[in-house]
Design a protein around this ligand. Structure first.
Ligand SMILES: [Zn+2]
Length: 209
């Protein structure tokens, strides 16, 4: 990842979504229970090494996850999204230009001396706020699949993204396909006239939508 993209707000927003989606739910358990899991998440989203994570970072990162999840919990409600993001920005963000090491001048959003958790909530709130300012509040959404409450960022070219990943997109398409078949079978008086072999499950295209 280049220095030009390393500190961009889109990365902060995507990392905020990934952090929120580590929370336990029907689809999986808690993916943020050890400092190593937090470290892996930070590195996966382009944090330059060395990334050192301590127990206190984990505690604060879990608090950051709860704070950011509260924003997605009111997805679709412009007033509440604005209130919650502004509250997070006021409480956590201290934007300033910083130059250190061999990196060019870049923006830090967290308060000086923050833990990784403090960095995550401040950068996440700023990244999501910039997303909302650029794309509107509907950019923040919850996955459209049943039994999934993952956060989703709806932006980019093509139709607005509805699902958190290919698994949810495929599951929903299969369910819709089966529902359509059941409806057409019922309309035929129960006569099956489709292909004798079971239909193959539709698969997601190159872009998960
Ligand atoms: Zn999902």
């Amino acid at each position: 990842m280049s220095a030009e993209t390393r500190f961009e707000s889109t990365r902060w927003a995507r990392l905020a979504v990934a952090l929120v989606n580590t929370a336990p739910g029907e689809r999986h358990g808690d993916f943020l229970t050890t400092p190593t899991q937090l470290r892996d998440l930070l590195v996966a989203f382009g944090e330059p090494e060395p990334v050192t994570v301590r127990d206190a970072d984990l505690v604060d990162a879990r608090a950051a996850r709860s704070d950011l999840a509260r924003v997605f919990a009111v997805a679709g409600d412009e007033q509440q999204i604005v209130e919650r993001l502004n509250e997070l920005l006021a409480r956590t963000a201290r934007p300033r230009l910083v130059g250190h090491g061999e990196l060019p001048l870049h923006l830090h959003v967290d308060a000086p001396g923050s833990t990784w958790g403090g960095w995550l909530v401040a950068s996440g709130a700023m990244g999501l706020s910039i997303m909302v300012a650029e794309h509107g509040v509907d950019v923040l959404a919850e996955c459209a699949a049943s039994r999934c409450v993952h956060a989703v960022l709806r932006y980019g070219p093509g139709p607005a993204r509805r699902y958190c990943d290919a698994s949810c997109a495929n599951r929903s398409r299969v369910a819709a396909h089966r529902a359509a078949r059941a409806t057409s079978t019922a309309g035929n008086g129960g006569q099956k006239d489709g292909p004798r072999s079971a239909p193959s499950a539709p698969t997601a295209g190159p872009g998960v939508t």
